[in-house]
Ligand binder design. Structure first.
Ligand SMILES: [Zn+2]
Length: 159
């Protein structure tokens, strides 16, 4: 279990479904590969980059307040949390999400696939958006999400 992302109640996670989920919601290879790396913790955070001397410190790219673990970067960081709140509202406004949707760690990290595959798709691309912002050293802001999304063919989202 060591290399997998721990969140929520790991015992309740159906890993087979979790690994299949990206293939069922998109045909965009980049997104499928990204989720695979996330699940295997193969994404280089500032913690791992510091270990190999590619960064000077382990602090989070977005907030600079905490060590940049993958969980912190994607979920618990104040900056990312604010993005997720905005993202939730964005999805509700566009009627892509139900009015009552809980931002649980499992949903945010892709550990609890939905019956509605377009929800899986949007959460996957939002996760990838956060990662892309980290790589560019900029904060993930909800106003930048729609332009980011428009670069991808969302008709690939299988609903
Ligand atoms: Zn942070």
């Amino acid at each position: 279990m060591g290399r997998r992302v721990h969140a929520g109640k790991p015992r309740n996670i159906d890993w087979k479904t979790v690994y299949q989920a990206p293939f069922l919601c998109t045909k965009i290879t980049k997104l499928i590969a990204f989720q695979f790396k996330l699940l295997h913790r193969r994404l280089a955070t500032n913690i791992s980059l510091t270990k190999v001397n590619l960064k000077d410190n382990e602090q989070c790219t977005f907030c600079q307040n905490d060590r940049e673990t993958l969980i912190h970067l994607v979920w618990t960081c104040d900056v990312s949390s604010l993005f997720w709140q905005g993202f939730k509202q964005w999805g509700i406004n566009r009627e892509e999400f139900p009015n009552i949707i809980n931002l649980t760690p499992c949903l945010i990290l892709g550990l609890k696939p939905n019956k509605n595959k377009s929800i899986d798709f949007y959460f996957l691309i939002a996760r990838f958006f956060i990662w892309t912002c980290k790589m560019r050293n900029i904060s993930p802001k909800i106003e930048n999400f729609s332009p980011f999304l428009s670069r991808y063919d969302t008709t690939y989202a299988i609903s």
